[in-house]
Design a protein around this ligand. Structure first.
Ligand SMILES: Nc1nc2c(c(=O)[nH]1)N(C=O)[C@@H](CNc1ccc(C(=O)N[C@@H](CCC(=O)O)C(=O)O)cc1)CN2
Ligand SMILES: Nc1nc2c(ncn2[C@@H]2O[C@H](COP(=O)(O)OP(=O)(O)OP(=O)(O)O)[C@@H](O)[C@H]2O)c(=O)[nH]1
Ligand SMILES: [Mg+2]
Length: 453
């Protein structure tokens, strides 16, 4: 039997939530809470807020709050649960928690509520992982996608494909078990059709991770350019505030300046850097080294050029660093007379955007372009984007095995060959739903969660 656990499930707001789950959850909460109506929480109807007072382990009243009993099995974890909705002070919440501990309840580990929900069959593993995605979502779109996944946007199709493959394998097993009978060729045809459909579905789900990862994590983007090109001015323009120091002295920015900015549906994790040039100043050189390293690790380079001057040697460092990278050339200072020749830039960059970081003229064109260069148009976020690397890897493995089974079915190999690969695909899909996953993997997944979830 599971012991009873409790944790503070809220962070920092004016109202705080203590959650309790396990066989003794409601009794323990009832022991520290006196309902104003004089009845014990044990006798309260499920899911009904009850007003009253909370007492610490010494019996002192420390809060006027709500309590709620949640009767199994219709709870988040599937176990009896209780909640105390207190005032949000850490002191109050800790006293409430300590009072529960005095009733034999223990501190919940990271993700333990959701782990229990999974182990009790309340949700599949992909839904549990989406809970974590939702808690850590940094944009509305990422939250929307995660919410859809909690509702089964990944788990349901995966379950469906798995069930279909299991049905097919069962059919083949019947044939394999009676080898004397002739194999109906329709069986191979039907199997091939199913495997074909499933293979392409699986590949497209696995491939959606490239965009799903960007949705969840944002896109690391570096502003690169010669000193004085207007990199810091561009950062400030993107942010809409004076974040970085701007002067007309070349070499103003030394350290990396990292900020997040929402661009369309995308979170841009943008870094302003030191201007690239040959220098004898060791401090400036350290900044340039960091700029180069940061650019190498980024997914997008905004290469800034000063449009009011011809391209110079320092700009060649920018061209070299941008080569082979996803990059947009920004021709800045477009409010001044143009002295830069675009010819060389056109050879190096697919996209060239003239703008003035100072006046903001042309900035919108850059903002429109950035999401498109990383594959984000105006999409809906209905949970179809895979955001989890573990799921993506399992989907790719399932797709490969499914494709191998398809090949076996089409090339008239023995039913055993079809079955073997199909079973590999079934197992890989089971890792996503959680049906065929090891204890160690489950532990690792939930240890990433926060305490109280
Ligand atoms: N106060 C509070 N707010 C919260 C949570 C919580 O645990 N407590 N949640 C925690 O994540 C989230 C809501 N998720 C939940 C998911 C399922 C159930 C639940 O009780 N499920 C029952 C069905 C209940 C019913 O149909 O009325 C079940 O699955 O059997 C509760 C919360 C966000 N808000
Ligand atoms: N006219 C005009 N001036 C600009 C524009 N963008 C930047 N400047 C000016 O160019 C100078 C350098 O701007 P910064 O943003 O500091 O340039 P930087 O690339 O960050 O320079 P370092 O940090 O030294 O590498 C400042 O005087 C800015 O006001 C622009 O679009 N038009
Ligand atoms: Mg600067």
């Amino acid at each position: 039997m599971n012991d009873t656990i409790a944790a503070i499930s809220s962070a920092g707001g004016p109202i705080g939530l203590i959650r309790v789950s396990g066989e003794r959850a409601i009794e323990a909460a009832a022991a520290v809470f006196d309902a104003k109506n004089g009845k014990s929480l044990v006798d309260a109807p499920s899911q009904k807020l009850v007003y009253g007072t909370l007492r610490d382990k010494n019996g002192k009243v420390v809060d006027c709050c709500f309590a709620v009993a949640l009767h199994a099995p219709h709870t988040y974890t599937g176990e009896p649960m209780a909640e105390l909705q207190c005032h949000g002070s850490t002191a109050v919440l800790q006293l409430g928690l300590d009072a529960l501990f005095a009733q034999g309840v223990r501190q919940a580990e990271a993700g333990e509520f959701t782990r229990r929900a999974f182990l009790n069959g309340k949700m599949g593993l992909s839904e549990a992982e989406a809970v974590h995605d939702l808690i850590t979502a940094r944009t509305a779109e990422a939250a929307q996608n995660a919410a859809a996944q909690i509702m089964g946007a990944v788990g349901s199709p995966v379950q469906e494909m798995r069930d279909e493959l299991i049905g097919m394998v069962a059919h083949f097993h019947a044939v394999v078990d009676f080898p004397d009978e002739d194999i109906d060729p329709v069986l191979f045809e039907d199997a091939a059709a199913l495997l074909h459909r499933t293979t392409s579905r699986l590949y497209s789900m696995a491939e959606s991770y490239e965009r799903g990862r960007i949705l969840r994590e944002g896109i690391p983007c570096v502003i690169l350019g010669r000193p004085n090109a207007g990199k810091s001015t561009l950062l400030n323009a993107l942010l809409g505030r004076e974040r970085a120091i701007v002067t007309d002295i070349p070499g103003t920015t030394r350290d990396l300046i990292e900020e997040n900015v929402k661009v369309g549906q995308l979170l841009l994790r943008v870094t302003d850097t030191a201007g690239l040039r040959d220098t004898n100043d060791p401090i400036e050189q350290a900044g340039i080294d960091r700029a180069m390293a940061e650019a190498a690790a980024s997914a997008l380079i905004l290469a800034v050029f000063d449009g009011s001057r011809p391209l110079g040697d320092e700009d060649m460092l920018v061209l070299a660093r941008s080569a082979g990278h996803r990059a947009i050339a920004v021709v800045n200072k477009d409010d001044l007379p143009r002295r830069l020749e675009e010819k060389l830039l056109k050879k190096h960059f697919l996209h060239i955007v003239p703008l003035s970081a100072k006046t903001g003229e042309g900035l919108q064109r850059l903002l429109d372009l950035i999401p498109r260069t990383v594959g984000f148009g105006d999409g809906a976020f209905d949970g179809a984007l895979i955001t989890n690397s573990r799921q993506a890897a399992a989907l790719a493995r399932a797709a490969e095995r499914c494709e191998a089974a398809l090949y076996a079915a089409q090339s008239g190999m023995t039913p055993d060959a079809v079955v073997m690969d199909a079973e590999g695909a079934i197992a890989a899909l089971g890792e996503i739903t959680g049906e065929t996953v090891t204890e160690a993997v489950v532990s690792r997944i939930f240890s990433d969660f926060c305490v109280g979830k």
